[in-house]
Design a protein around this ligand. Sequence first.
Ligand SMILES: C[S@@+](CC[C@H](N)C(=O)[O-])C[C@H]1O[C@@H](n2cnc3c(N)ncnc32)[C@H](O)[C@@H]1O
Length: 301
Amino acid sequence: MDLTPADYRLVRLANGTHSVHSVAHRETFHPVIGPVAEAEALYVRQLRLPERVSAHPAGAEFVVWDVGLGAAANVLTVLRALRAGATGTAPLRIVSFDHTLEPLRFARQHAEELGYFTGYAAAVDELLAKGKVDFIDGARRIVWDLHLGDFPDWLARRRAGEIDPAPPAPHAILFDAFSPAKNPAMWAQPIFAGLFELLEPGRSCALPTYSRSTMLRVSLLLAGFRVGAGHATGEKEETTIAANDPALISEPLDAKWLQRARNSTSAEPLWEPVYRQAPLAEATWERLRQHPQFAAAAHAL
Ligand SMILES: C[S@@+](CC[C@H](N)C(=O)[O-])C[C@H]1O[C@@H](n2cnc3c(N)ncnc32)[C@H](O)[C@@H]1O
């Protein structure tokens, strides 16, 4: 990706906070409540990250995959929340993915207005310079790695065993691409199938994201995830959370949702990286109603 800092602008949101706007995609990162408030609601609180990291064994890494590093608001908000609210000394590994570092370079130049770089500017500078940074944050070791390149391509190569060394499987995934209509390659069903395949059985992992679209939820279910309604963020009244462990989903989608999906005009997953809207194909519906999440209820539908 050949984007330059000129492709980004700083915008002041109605609540007085600042965020980054991508001129090329005509999208503002975290457009309503701002980067920090959205990351706290969608990821820190919903994933109960301080509690999970506090309970993690001291000698074992807690691994977070950050898909769509962008201007790093999600990662830095997670780090700050863990520093303030997590106990124990389990190390944290962050694995960030993006095909451009320009939003981060741009945001770093505007660190003062954005605010969330405080205490982490040196770590971000090293990440930008070396693609990796290893530092101590409070009582915790943080290892932050960057994979620069097209994420769907990386996923395909990882599944083919071509990434060596491969990063460890995640305990949490921050999934934050641009919207499906503008960035369909990141929301195509094979992306979620690929992510699910890379999870480690027995390692509970949850993936929240800001969209609540039926198409996304069907894609996640067919990939093998359990899926639930996610927390409101102040910007969206409902989001989505997916996990390989039902215990991480507090409000699983139910038979009523399944019925609505059947009637929806926009429920069929994107099988190709091209945006379109379509109702469920008959074969997709059959797979969906056999998902273990609906096993008991689906007979009646
Ligand atoms: C909404 S922004 C992420 C905001 C970011 N999480 C933050 O906290 O500032 C979406 C990001 O996804 C990245 N992205 C979009 N398509 C991608 C692709 N095919 N491969 C890798 N990254 C991609 C964009 O470059 C952009 O930085």
